[in-house]
Ligand binder design. Structure first.
Ligand SMILES: NC(=O)c1ccc[n+]([C@@H]2O[C@H](COP(=O)([O-])OP(=O)(O)OC[C@H]3O[C@@H](n4cnc5c(N)ncnc54)[C@H](O)[C@@H]3O)[C@@H](O)[C@H]2O)c1
Length: 442
């Protein structure tokens, strides 16, 4: 670790000298993140997050740096860590550290170092072992929330609430809620329409192929790509691969999503059949054990295998590690020899972790602006009113979801039709929204 001589040392990153590069990219990203900038303009004077101590655990990328700047601008004290050992953009982490914001994130940290970061990120104003607790959590995947609940129950009591970014983290929160062990209220940011139907879908539509190309330089056109799971991430990933010229096959367990895949023009079959045709396999289920040893044994030579779901248990990397000879082409691109004599080989990307953040830079800024505008609104709401909420998982009201979309229209030159009073009465909506019932599925 290289650190320059500064009085501020409450961080661990790869290289502080990358901060100017990070700053330049943050400036570019800000232009593409109109929702966050609008929130700064709207709430900046009121500082609604003053006295909030937010412990954040979310990919330390350039877009996240714009989120952190926004939280600080609105008054919060922030400590940050990455939620994935490979997803950090080191220049983004350096930019945050250069602003004297404690940050614990570097690309390629070990699992042990990741656990160390989980302990560090909660220690506000640490003076010789005496530290203040966070009062807010901003999480992506639930690792920090779980760590606090399991290991720091005394702190959990001081926490006003958590806002959670992704599908997999929501599954964990709902388990705590069902078992009545959720110690604070939670806002499910993922299920804002302007998050999951945009970041998960349109984000992956950009970042899935981007990652495979950066990692392998392979010609996508003409290849057979298998996408496991046709939820939001699977839909975006399949569209990405299809647009690049791949023939896409989908695997699903849910008949509705399977039928959607067929209506979108993709073939649907079980993994054991699909794998025989595959040149590329992308898992997007949020489930575990999706690609297993029997599948590896059936794969074609040099099949590219990767995961775009949150955790690394979709692909049985442990079996590959235990059984197959491995050679590394470059960081996050490994070849494994399969079979007794190693007669066939497959290419594994990002060691089975989120490929778009491990092998590329995640989603583009604009779509992350939608996600993070929801995050900031959720933090403001919980910090102000969290004590009025039960220890349950909530979503933001639809009117705020519509506001997030509204904040992004002008940037893409979109102008809304104006609803007349008669029309509003006819379809039974308020002139100023919400324009859909809560059951509407988009
Ligand atoms: N990489 C990213 O940028 C990114 C962005 C958002 C979400 N995520 C993560 O991606 C994962 C998927 O998220 P989502 O929002 O699409 O979830 P989702 O629930 O909408 O979709 C998952 C789909 O997988 C299907 N599925 C489950 N088990 C399966 C199996 N064994 N075989 C085939 N299909 C199976 C489900 O029926 C469902 O349709 C989650 O882990 C989420 O946290 C990643």
């Amino acid at each position: 670790m290289k650190q320059i001589n500064t009085t501020f040392e409450d961080y661990k990153i790869a290289d502080i000298s990358l901060s100017e590069w990070g700053k330049a990219e943050v400036t570019l990203a800000e232009h593409e993140m109109p929702g966050l900038i609008a929130l700064r303009e709207k709430w900046g004077d009121q500082k609604p997050l003053l006295n909030a101590k937010i412990a954040g655990c979310l990919h330390m990328t350039i877009q996240t740096a714009v989120l952190i700047d926004t939280l600080v601008y609105l008054g919060a004290e922030v400590r940050w860590m990455t939620c994935n050992i490979f997803s950090t953009q080191d220049h983004a982490a350096a930019y945050i550290a250069s602003k004297d914001i404690p940050v614990f994130a570097w690309k390629g940290m070990s699992e042990e170092e990741y656990t160390w970061c989980l302990d560090e990120v909660i220690k506000f104003n640490n003076h010789e072992g005496n530290w203040e607790h966070p009062n807010m959590i901003l999480d992506d995947g639930g690792d920090l929330t779980k760590h606090l609940i399991n290991n720091y129950s005394e702190i959990a009591e001081d926490i006003i609430g958590v806002t959670e970014e992704t599908t997999t983290g929501i599954l964990r929160l709902k388990e705590f809620e069902e078992n009545k062990t959720l110690p604070f209220p939670a806002i499910n940011v993922n299920d804002s329409v302007t998050k999951s139907k945009f970041d998960n879908k349109y984000g992956c539509r950009e970042s899935c192929v981007d990652a495979i190309r950066r990692a392998t330089d392979i010609m996508m056109a003409g290849k057979v790509a298998v996408v496991a799971g046709y939820g939001d991430v699977g839909k975006g990933s399949a569209a990405s691969l299809s647009a690049a010229g791949c023939r896409v096959i989908v695997t699903e367990i849910d008949p509705i999503c399977a039928l959607q895949a067929v209506m979108d023009g993709f073939q649907v079959m079980p993994m054991k059949s699909a794998i025989l045709q595959a040149n590329i396999v992308v898992t997007a289920t949020g489930n575990k054990d999706v690609v297993r040893q029997e599948h590896f044994k059936m794969m074609n030579y040099n099949t590219i295998v990767c995961n775009i779901g949150h955790f690394d248990n979709e692909i049985d990397v442990a079996w590959l590690e235990a059984t197959c000879k491995k050679s590394t082409i470059k960081p996050q691109v490994d070849i494994y020899q399969i079979g007794e004599g190693g007669e066939k080989q497959i290419i594994l990307l990002a060691q089975g972790r989120l490929v778009n953040l491990g092998c590329a830079t995640g989603h583009p800024s604009f779509v992350m602006s939608c996600s993070f505008t929801n995050q900031v609104l959720a933090q403001i709401e919980l910090f102000a009113n969290g004590y009025n909420y039960d220890k349950k998982v909530y979503t933001l009201p639809k009117i705020l979801d519509e506001e997030v979309a509204q904040l992004h229209l002008a940037h893409v030159n979109a102008e809304l039709e104006t609803l007349t009073r008669k029309q509003a009465d006819y379809i039974n909506v308020n002139m100023s929204g919400p324009y859909k019932s809560s059951e509407y599925r988009y």
